[in-house]
Design a protein around this ligand. Structure first.
Ligand code: FAD
Length: 255
């Protein structure tokens, strides 16, 4: 008697696109979760059909423009969405300049803002043998979602550069999460690359690597992991979440 074992395809990476519309949402709570990370919660009946399926989804925020009538658009990660209560959470990494940051710092309960998206999601199967997530503060909301959503026991390594020990965050997860925090004491690219190098060769088995940081930093890390460490590009995603000296920059580094 022969036995047929169905082999499920491994490592599906599925891109989905959806129609988007603008939603008007109101601020219901704010909290400094660390000195430089401001969490804002939004509620609205308009969120009844909101969905965010992937850790690195993003929404557009339409924030007041200090220089004109047209609002500025900025990309932010839905850190969490509570569908039962219709509550959307976004974490703002505070920096010195920019209309989104200025808006977040001045926000008051009841303030309203329009959001759009997420327009697309990239669904990475949770069947890799390990995950490596690299980034800066702007990547932390997505990294939090990655860590929280991986299956029990799977090794997940995070390497994140932050302004100091007080910026470290804790995530609830059943994955085997190994957090490496790097304190900013120079160039992010050099610091993150040295941190990755200090971990030695990549683990055995199939892994998925996700990188998001300032555009040049993300590019350096992508080259290091892809070319020096030889990680397959199909199992890696790298993005510039902002660009030094340039407003509203989103740079996809995938071929
Ligand atoms: C897909 C995606 C998801 C993102 N998710 C988040 C998120 O969840 N939380 C979050 O905080 N950010 C997130 N970002 C980054 C955020 O969109 C940018 O930091 C954005 O530029 C902030 O807008 P702003 O109006 O404050 O500054 P801008 O007007 O865009 O920029 C003004 C100046 O500030 C500089 N700048 C921008 N961001 C930073 C920074 N972080 N540190 C230092 N200087 C900076 C710019 O180079 C520019 O010179 C995400 C970006 C992308 C592409």
């Amino acid at each position: 008697m022969s036995q047929h074992v169905a082999t499920a395809p491994r490592h599906h990476i599925l891109r989905i696109r959806r129609e988007t519309r603008r939603r008007l949402v109101s601020v219901t709570a704010t909290e400094r979760i660390t000195p430089n990370m401001l969490r804002i919660r939004f509620a609205s009946p308009d969120l009844h059909d909101f969905e965010s399926l992937a850790p690195d989804d993003h929404v557009k925020l339409f924030v007041p423009n200090p220089l004109g009538d047209e609002p500025c658009r900025r990309d932010y990660t839905p850190r969490a969405f509570d569908a039962d209560r219709g509550l959307l959470t976004i974490d703002f990494a505070l920096h010195e300049a920019g209309p989104a940051t200025a808006w977040a710092l001045a926000v008051r309960l009841g303030d309203r803002i329009e959001i759009g998206g997420p327009r697309g999601s990239i669904l990475v199967a949770d069947d890799f043998d390990w995950y490596l997530l690299i980034g800066d503060e702007t990547a932390l909301p997505a990294i939090g979602r990655w860590v929280e959503s991986r299956r029990a026991g799977v090794p997940v390594k995070t390497i994140v550069v932050v302004g100091g020990d007080a910026e470290r965050q804790d995530f609830a997860t059943r994955a085997d999460w190994d957090a490496m925090w790097v304190s900013r004491s120079g160039d992010d690219a050099a610091l993150l690359q040295a941190a990755v190098a200090a971990c030695g060769p990549l683990p055995q088995g199939d892994g998925y690597v996700w990188i998001a940081a300032e555009a040049r930093v993300a590019r350096v890390l992508r080259t290091y992991v892809g070319e020096t460490l030889g990680h397959p590009k199909a199992w890696m995603k790298a993005s510039g979440y902002w660009m030094m000296g340039q407003a509203d920059a989103h740079v996809s580094l995938d071929d």
